[in-house]
Structure formats: C-alpha cells, structure tokens
Design a protein around this ligand. Structure first.
Ligand SMILES: [Mg+2]
Length: 139
C-alpha cells in the first residue's frame, strides 16, 4: 500500500473524485477549472510524461523503468494526468466508469478481434485493406 493509504483494490472511483475535488476546493481553484483549461492541463502533463522518455532508446527502457527516481517521476506524471482526467470528468458531469465502458464498447465495434488481433494498425486502414483484398479476390 502507498504512503497515502490508497490502493486500487480498496479505493473507489467516487472516493478518488471526491479527494480530487477536496484538493481543488481547499485551494479555491475551481474558478480556474473549466473544461478547456483542464483539457489543456492534461496535454501539458502528458508532455511532462513524454519528457521522461525523450531520446531514450527502446533498449534503455528497462533501465529507465527500473531506476527508482525515474520510476517515481513516471508515477507523479501519470498521477497528474489521471487527477486532471478525474477533475475534467467531474467538471463536465461525466460518470467515469460508464464513460470508459461506453468507449470500450465503441472500440470493440471499431476493432473487432477477428480483424485486428495481433495487428496495431488503425481500424480504417484494416477495413480498407480488407476491402482491397475482397476486391482482388472478386468477393
Ligand atoms: Mg507534472
């Protein structure tokens, strides 16, 4: 368990959303937290996350991820992004679980297992490829 006493197995999303909201309210930062500015902040924090990997070769990744200081920074940047995502969900009134569930369902339809399994390409490219193959074979 972390020093905060929170863990995935015992902390609910609504508790996390409440903790983030308390943090914001205690500082009277709600006046700055409109959807646009939170979305911008998510991008800024994503940039900070990427900075950690900038110029790192793929074969250097295991050492980076095993370095305690860099691993701590990775956790901090990831937390910044997740906190802001919860903040944005609250600001616009989204239920996190149902929003993720709905998008996963959409993604399942966009990326059917039989079409994409083991292939990273975007669904449009795969569907176009499928059409070309169908056309070539006369199907
Ligand atoms: Mg940060």
């Amino acid at each position: 368990m972390s020093s905060s006493g929170l863990s995935d197995s015992t902390t609910t999303l609504i508790e996390l959303k409440r903790l983030v909201q308390e943090f914001v309210d205690e500082r009277d930062w709600g006046k700055y937290h409109n959807a646009k500015d939170i979305a911008l902040a998510i991008n800024v924090e994503a940039g900070e996350l990427l900075e950690l990997f900038e110029w790192v070769r793929e074969n250097e990744l295991p050492a980076l991820l095993g370095d305690p200081a860099k691993r701590r920074r990775l956790g901090h940047e990831l937390a910044d992004i997740m906190i802001l995502c919860l903040n944005l969900a609250s600001a616009v009134g989204f239920d996190v679980a149902s929003t993720i569930g709905a998008k996963l369902e959409l993604n399942r339809r966009k990326y059917p297992v039989e079409l994409v399994r083991g292939d990273y390409r975007k669904y449009t490219e795969l569907r176009n490829g499928l059409k070309k193959e169908e056309g070539a074979s006369g199907v």
